[in-house]
Design a protein around this ligand. Structure first.
Ligand code: TIU
Length: 225
């Protein structure tokens, strides 16, 4: 069977080689997605993010079945907060913010329950987890090194939130020469308008940041590889 396939996508179909493609799942963490977590305590409706869980489970299962490389990321900081810029800690003047005690342990601190990936998408032992201090998955991490060592050229991007960590990562990836395919049903925002416009921005101008498709199109394409 050939590792080459063509994905139905916008603004035009994308050719990819499954041997040089990674599924990148961004920040599917309990504090952002679960009722009672950090995201909800900030007044957000987590159901807008939770609709991504089932499609992410489906693409993750398909990727594992065909042996596609899978990488997960988590946003968070050291317990002593030495890797957190003061600007990030004070921004928003939050009553309960990064490093404070929250409903699932200290908020966005590595090792705490809320920082972990939701149980529906638990990483397998052979799937690297990138712990990132910023919004972008390339900033101060070894993601680029891992992708280069694996000969990866194309990223299938899922996760949250569309306009923050997904966009930042896709822009970083684009400037480093990666092709990005964003799955619309697998990325989510607390703000419906940002979801809509965030998707539009990626595929505008001939695919200025990449391509947009959905989980079922990719699953049917890679399952025949
Ligand atoms: N992962 C990610 O997007 N982190 C955020 O802080 N997102 C918000 O939308 N706030």
């Amino acid at each position: 069977m050939s590792p080459l396939t063509i994905i139905e996508a916008n603004p035009y179909p994308l050719s990819l080689n499954t041997k040089s493609t990674t599924l990148l799942l961004i920040d599917m963490q309990r504090d952002f997605l679960e009722p009672g977590g950090f995201g909800e305590t900030l007044g957000n409706d987590v159901s807008l993010l939770r609709r991504t869980i089932e499609p992410c489970q489906n693409i993750l299962k398909a990727a594992r079945n065909v042996g596609l490389s899978v990488i997960h990321t988590r946003e968070g900081h050291r317990p002593d907060l030495t890797d957190a810029p003061p600007s990030k800690l004070t921004r928003g003047k939050l009553e309960t913010g990064i490093g404070d005690d929250g409903p699932m342990g200290r908020i966005l601190i590595r090792g705490e329950i809320g920082h972990d990936i939701i149980p529906e998408l638990t990483p397998n032992l052979n799937e690297p987890i990138i712990d990132k201090p910023g919004k972008g998955a390339f900033y101060e991490t070894d993601l680029h090194l891992i992708l280069q060592n694996r000969g990866i050229k194309t990223l299938i991007v899922c996760g949250i939130t569309t306009e923050v960590c997904v966009h930042t990562t896709v822009r970083e990836a684009n400037d480093r020469g990666y092709e990005c395919l964003i799955l619309e049903d697998c990325v989510g925002s607390y703000f419906p308008e940002f979801q809509r416009v965030g998707i539009e921005m990626i595929k505008a101008q001939g695919g200025i940041f990449g391509w947009v498709s959905d989980s079922s199109s990719v699953i049917s394409a890679i399952s025949t590889c």
